[in-house]
Write a protein that binds this ligand. Structure first.
Ligand code: MN
Length: 249
């Protein structure tokens, strides 16, 4: 289908969906990207966008963050953007509860949604029951166990990145609000009416967050969360000019 959305000439973008603490598929995906770059004519410039939800559910959130930091610091000439997912922000908020919200409710939500696995990966022991007193013990314990480089990495995450006709973010956008006025939280949790929107948007949105069996391609959006943590695959969208293709692990 003819698309009005284009990536600027000379640039190839790789966008990687939700990782959720699974280090091995992430490493395999980076190898696939490296191999992909060696096939055919090399692009002038490369940009890798990580779509967020690096932590929770899977067994090695700590290893994933370590690995992403090492990719970021490689000096390989590849631009990288790390988008913030709702899980990554729940993790940050557990360490430093925001002043304007009751911390316990958020903390309980986080632990129920896979935060326990993240705590375990950082060597924080879990109590039998999550009583308020236990939260007060775990929060500073986690702060001690998480290297400052990891916290700096998480604090450096972006809400979105615009590349040509594409808008990359974790969950989606509010289709009733102009792109330049999107709310940061909305970008991390949006489902409807964005997912079922009919018609085009200012830019084509590339996102994760909502699991589908295969890459979810529509005129206004492309979903790349193929449910790695539920036994599905890790998906990477490859964008060049008007072309879109996929790598999977
Ligand atoms: Mn998410």
């Amino acid at each position: 289908m003819e698309t009005p959305y284009l990536i600027p000439p000379g640039l190839r973008v790789y966008a990687i969906g939700d990782i959720h603490g699974y280090l091995v598929p992430l490493q395999a995906m980076q190898e696939q990207i490296a191999a992909d770059l060696l096939r055919g004519a090399a692009p002038e410039r490369v940009h890798i966008v990580y779509l967020g939800d690096y932590v929770d559910r899977g067994p090695d959130s700590r290893g994933v963050i370590d690995y992403l930091i090492s990719r970021r610091d490689r000096g390989d000439g590849i631009a990288k953007t790390f988008i913030r997912g709702n899980h990554d922000v729940l993790f940050l908020d557990f360490m430093d509860p925001p002043q304007d919200r009751p911390p316990l409710a958020d903390a309980q939500t986080w632990l129920r949604w896979g935060g326990e696995e993240t705590l375990r990966s950082y060597g924080v022991s879990l109590p039998e029951a999550f009583l308020p007193a236990e939260f007060e013990r775990m929060m500073p314990a986690l702060r001690q166990h998480v290297p400052s480089a990891h916290r700096d990495f998480l604090k450096g995450m972006r809400s979105h990145v615009i590349i040509g006709g594409y808008y990359f973010t974790h969950a989606g956008v509010d289709p009733l609000v102009p792109l330049e006025r999107q709310d940061r939280t909305t970008l991390m949790i949006m489902r409807e009416p964005f997912l079922s929107w009919s018609g085009l948007l200012e830019k084509r949105v590339v996102h994760g967050h909502t699991v589908t069996a295969e890459p979810d391609v529509h005129p206004h959006r492309i979903g790349l969360d193929t449910g790695l943590y539920k036994g599905g695959k890790l998906t990477c969208g490859v964008f060049e000019g008007a072309e879109v293709r996929f790598l999977q692990v």
